[in-house]
Design a protein around this ligand. Structure first.
Ligand code: S3P
Length: 175
């Protein structure tokens, strides 16, 4: 089976669904945020505040390059901003089958209320921040994904079945 790459907005469930799939398929999972935090022994928030966003974005690209050069096999859940950098898009496609886990702004707001770990959402009005970032990012998520799965009100099992179906079809396709 091809690697499955989960993309989507913060709070769209990439990490939880990634864990569910990796448990179900008994294959490994790399979550780019956790990978960076453990490799550099620093939280994402502290990387942002001490080194800045651009530095963090380079660590994200380095993570994908590392997975490619190690010929990684498994599931990858990537931070919500990673696909926004153009060079990462081609790398994600080289790494595997790209699935956009789409959620509505309403459900993102519910899931992200009270969050203290995501630097881009701290301070100010949460709803406005989500709306403005979502508007900037949504078209890129759609454009670069091999499959879009709407996640609102769906069980992990159902989401996983849709992903499996998509991967299977893609394996039968001649590009
Ligand atoms: C970010 C998403 C976060 C994390 C960082 C920046 C973003 O990951 O990488 O806070 O720019 O959307 P999640 O999407 O896993 O929350």
């Amino acid at each position: 089976m091809r690697n499955i790459i989960l993309i989507g907005f913060m709070g769209s469930g990439k990490s939880s669904i990634g864990k569910y799939i990796s448990r179900t398929l008994k294959c490994s999972l790399v979550d780019s945020d956790s990978y960076i935090e453990s490799k550099y022994s620093q939280t994402i928030s502290s990387i942002f505040s001490q080194k800045g966003e651009e530095y963090f974005r380079q660590l994200e690209t380095d993570t994908i390059l590392e997975l490619l050069s190690n010929n990684y096999h498994g599931i990858v859940a990537v931070g919500g901003g990673l696909p926004m950098k153009e060079e990462n898009r081609d790398l994600l496609h080289q790494l595997g089958y790209v699935v956009y886990l789409r959620a509505t702004v309403d459900s993102l707001e519910k899931r992200l209320t009270g969050d203290t770990k995501r630097p881009l959402l701290q301070g100010g009005n949460l709803r406005e921040k989500i709306e403005s970032l979502f508007e900037k990012r949504e078209s890129t998520y759609v454009e670069i994904s091999d499959l879009i799965v709407d996640t609102d009100d769906k069980s992990f099992k159902k989401i996983f079945e849709e992903i499996q179906e998509g991967v299977k079809e893609s394996e039968n396709t001649c590009y």
